[in-house]
Design a protein around this ligand. Structure first.
Ligand code: IFM
Length: 461
C-alpha cells in the first residue's frame, strides 16, 4: 500500500443504511415505509425476504459500534429512517425514533469516529407514497420539513450530511423499471420524481444550512459509460444522460442537459412539474459530491422496447448493455473494472472543472459468494482484491488532481440487499442471520491494516 497517495485528513469510512440493517420495523412508533409494503408483495424480493429483522441493528448497535471502533475508521456513514422520525411522513417528530439515532451518534462519537448521516436511503413513509410519493411536488417539501427536524436534533453533533442516496434508484428503479419500491413502471411521472428528488435535495440543503452544519452534499451512483463501438456514441450519451447528467447538470450547472430531448423525446414534452426558481434551489453550492461506484457499463444502440410512446417507461431510451466477458464478475454479476473509477473521476473533473466540488466515494464494495469455514472464519480474497484495486484507482485519481476527500466501504455488515434480499452479501463483517452472530471477514482485517498503514503515512511530517 506504500505507493498509494492519500492526503492529510483523507477520510476512511464504511457505510450502511437503515432499512438494510435495523430491523425492528414496528418499534417505538415507526410507521411503514414503501419497502415494508413492497417486500411483502409476492415476487418482488428474492425468497420473499423483508427488512423486518435484517441485522437486528436496532438492538445490537453497541456491538456494531464496537466493530467500527476496532476497524479504526475515521467516519461511519449510516442513514436515518424517515418513518421512525415522522411515521406518516409529516407532522411532529416521534421522539423515540429520534432518540435511537441520538444515542447512536453519541456512541459513534465516543468511539472516536465521525458520523456521516444520510437523510434518505429509499425508505419513504408509505403514507406519502399513498399521496403520490416522489411524483408529487409536496413530497419535496415534506422531505425538507423532516430534514429540519433531524438537523435540529443532530446538527450540532454530526459533521457530514448527505441529503439523498442515489436518487437515480429512487426515480428510475422505483417508478420506471419497477425493480425497487414502490415498484411502478411509468414514463413522465418517473421524470417528475427525478425532479422532485432534486428539489427535495435543494430544500433540504437550505434546512441544513439554517442550522449551520459543517458539510452537506448529496450522493449519486454515477456510471462510467463506454460506447461498445464508435457508432454507439449517441446511445452512450443517452445512457449518460439517464444515469448521470440528469443529476449532475442541474446540481452543478443549474440546468438540465440538452441531451434529455433525444433521451426521453415525447416523455419530456410536458415539463409542467419544473417551475421557475427550482434550478436555483437545486444548484445551491455543495460542500462535497458523494459518489457511489461499483461497475462500468458498455452500451450500444438499440430500438425502443415499447413502440407506443404512451406505454413507454422512462428507462426505455434506445440503448442496451453489452456483456463484458473479459472482466471477473461479482455475485451481483457486475463486471469488475477498477480503473474505470479513476476514469469516471477524471472525466468529471475535465467536464465540470471548478464546478465540481470535493468528492467523497460514499460507497464502493462487492458482493461475493462467501463461505464460512469449519473454524468459523470467512476468507474473502475476491472482495479484498476488489477493494484494494478500487482504492488504488482513487489514489490514481488523486494523483491526477481530482479532489477526493474520502472513501467508504460498502458495507460494514452483510445486509438486506433490496430486491436480492439476504442472498447477496456485501459486508466486510459476515452476519449469520439465524443467530445474528457477526464475524469479521478477511476483508475487514485487510481494511483495518490498510487504514492503519495509511494513517501513519498521512500523518507523517
Ligand atoms: O446495497 C446498495 C446500497 O443500498 C446502495 N448502493 C448500492 C448498494 C449495493 O447494491
Amino acid at each position: 500500500m506504500s505507493t498509494l497517495l492519500f492526503p492529510p485528513g483523507f477520510v476512511f469510512g464504511t457505510a450502511t443504511a437503515a432499512y438494510q440493517i435495523e430491523g425492528a420495523t414496528q418499534a417505538d412508533g415507526r410507521g411503514p415505509s414503501i419497502w415494508d409494503t413492497f417486500s411483502r408483495e409476492p415476487g418482488r424480493v428474492l425468497n420473499g425476504d423483508t427488512g423486518d429483522t435484517a441485522c437486528d441493528h436496532h438492538r445490537r448497535w453497541p456491538q456494531d459500534v464496537a466493530l467500527l471502533r476496532d476497524l479504526g475508521v475515521d467516519s461511519y456513514r449510516f442513514s436515518i429512517a424517515w418513518p421512525r422520525v415522522q411515521p406518516t411522513g409529516s407532522g411532529p417528530a416521534n421522539r423515540k425514533g429520534l432518540d435511537f439515532y441520538s444515542r447512536l451518534v453519541d456512541a459513534v462519537l465516543a468511539a472516536g469516529i465521525e458520523p456521516a448521516v444520510t437523510l434518505y436511503h429509499w425508505d419513504l413513509p408509505q403514507a406519502l407514497e399513498d399521496h403520490g410519493g416522489w411524483r408529487e411536488r409536496d413530497t419535496a417539501h415534506r422531505f425538507a420539513e423532516y430534514t429540519a427536524i433531524v438537523a435540529d436534533t443532530l446538527g450540532d453533533r454530526v459533521p457530514r450530511w448527505i441529503t439523498l442516496n442515489e436518487p437515480w434508484c429512487s426515480a428510475f428503479l422505483g417508478y420506471a423499471s419497477g425493480h425497487h419500491a414502490p415498484g411502478s413502471r411509468e414514463g413522465t411521472p418517473a421524470l417528475a420524481a427525478a425532479h422532485h428528488l432534486l428539489l427535495g435535495h435543494g430544500l433540504a440543503m437550505d434546512a441544513l444550512r439554517a442550522v449551520g452544519v459543517r458539510e452537506a452534499g448529496i450522493t449519486l451512483n454515477l456510471d462510467h459509460v463506454i460506447p461498445a463501438t464508435p457508432t454507439d456514441e449517441a446511445a452512450a450519451l443517452r445512457a449518460r444522460t439517464q444515469r448521470n447528467l440528469i443529476w449532475t447538470d442541474p446540481l452543478l450547472l443549474g440546468r438540465y442537459p440538452l441531451s434529455e430531448q433525444d433521451t426521453w423525446q415525447q416523455l419530456i414534452v410536458d415539463q409542467t412539474f419544473r417551475r421557475d426558481g427550482d434550478l436555483a434551489t437545486i444548484s445551491a453550492p455543495l460542500d462535497f459530491l458523494g459518489i457511489n461506484y461499483y461497475t462500468p457499463s458498455v452500451v450500444r444502440d438499440a430500438p425502443y422496447r415499447q413502440q407506443d410512446p404512451a406505454l413507454r417507461d422512462a428507462m426505455d431510451n434506445r440503448f442496451e448493455g453489452v456483456p463484458q466477458p473479459e472482466a471477473r464478475h461479482t455475485a451481483m454479476d457486475w463486471p469488475v473494472v477498477p480503473h474505470t473509477l479513476r476514469d469516471l473521476l477524471t472525466d468529471l473533473k475535465d467536464h465540470y472543472g471548478d464546478a465540481l466540488p470535493p468528492v467523497h466515494i460514499t460507497e464502493n464494495g462487492s458482493a461475493e459468494h462467501d463461505t464460512v469455514r469449519a473454524d468459523g472464519s470467512v476468507d474473502d480474497p475476491d472482495r479484498v482484491a476488489y477493494l484494494s484495486e478500487h482504492l488504488a484507482a482513487v489514489s490514481d485519481a488523486l494523483r491526477e488532481g481530482v479532489d477526493v476527500r474520502g472513501y467508504y466501504v460498502w458495507s460494514l455488515l452483510d445486509n438486506f440487499e433490496w430486491a436480492y434480499g439476504y442472498d447477496r452479501r456485501f459486508g466486510i463483517v459476515h452476519v449469520d442471520y439465524p443467530t445474528q452472530r457477526r464475524t469479521p471477514k478477511s476483508s475487514y482485517h485487510w481494511y483495518r491494516r490498510t487504514i492503519a498503514a495509511n494513517r501513519t503515512a498521512r500523518r507523517a511530517p
